[in-house]
Design a binder for this molecule. Structure first.
Ligand SMILES: Nc1ncnc2c1ncn2[C@@H]1O[C@H](COP(=O)(O)OP(=O)(O)OP(=O)(O)O)[C@@H](O)[C@H]1O
Ligand SMILES: [Mg+2]
Length: 246
């Protein structure tokens, strides 16, 4: 029965093995969403950060136990998901994005109060992902306001089921301070311009030798692992998003 349901939702795992619709990839992204407190994705321009984020949202939408808030400083990358069922917020202006970060903190505090009332230490409702493509854009223009909010979510979000997924092009100390990076339990380096950048993201060389796109290196508490990032084709994305409209 479960197998049938999975086939209905995702199609057969055998066909189109390189396509994102392959169940393996959903499971990979689902595991990441389940395991990670927060995820940072970094790499050179054109290395597939936005493709990763689309895959991630696509997966979240398939499993239906998480909602998401989309912060889109570039204004074009995430807007297509804006009216999907599980999207509980979308913003691309700084003030609005900061409003959503503050809102996430209020929600976090509300969840902690509820947890205390129930006597539980881990939020038992849906997860919420706050997804930012691209973090550097937001930091460059509004670091003073943004940093403390991100820091608070990064430190306290996990137990309340509030998680950050941030993509960034330039992982320099300026755009992502070390104290913030520390709280990202899962860091994925896509192709980088230099070994220095690779080290800034995953603590080791290697991401500078990755293919132009399609493959990442995941740094997680258990160590390093490959992380394939297939492209969700445009027509698939459109079809999926059309199905998910509110
Ligand atoms: N796995 C993949 N397979 C095939 N093509 C891919 C793959 N990943 C990325 N690409 C191609 O590379 C392009 C750039 O990817 P993407 O927009 O995700 O990069 P990015 O890292 O977000 O870049 P930027 O820093 O400019 O935002 C995609 O539009 C797509 O054409
Ligand atoms: Mg991008």
């Amino acid at each position: 029965m479960f197998e049938k349901l999975i086939q209905f939702l995702f199609g057969s795992a055998e066909e189109q093995p390189r396509h994102f619709d392959n169940l393996t990839y959903y499971i990979q992204f689902k595991n990441l969403a389940d395991d990670a407190a927060h995820v940072l994705v970094a790499g050179a321009t054109g290395s597939g950060k936005s493709v990763f984020i689309n895959d991630f949202i696509y997966s979240l939408s398939a499993f239906g136990n998480a909602d998401y808030i989309l912060l889109d400083p570039k204004r074009v990358e995430l807007v297509r998901w804006r009216n999907t069922l599980d999207c509980v917020g979308y913003a691309c202006e700084n003030d609005d994005m900061i409003g959503y970060l503050n809102g996430a903190i209020s929600e976090m505090d509300r969840r902690y109060r509820q947890m205390a009332k129930k006597g539980i230490v881990k939020w038992d409702g849906d997860d919420r992902w706050i997804i930012i493509d691209e973090l550097a854009d937001l930091m460059v223009t509004d670091k003073k306001r943004v940093m403390p909010l991100l820091q608070r979510i990064a430190q306290l979000g996990r137990a309340a089921g509030i998680h950050l997924l941030c993509a960034t092009q330039s992982p320099s100390r300026k755009t992502i301070p070390a104290e913030l990076t520390l709280n990202f339990t899962h860091k994925i380096a896509l192709r980088c311009d230099s070994a220095i950048e690779s080290r800034q993201i995953i603590g080791t060389d290697g991401a500078e030798d990755l293919p132009k796109y399609g493959k990442g290196l995941l740094h997680r508490p258990g160590g390093l692992a490959w992380f394939p990032i297939p492209l969700t084709e445009e027509d698939k994305l459109k079809e999926r998003i059309a199905l998910l409209q509110k």
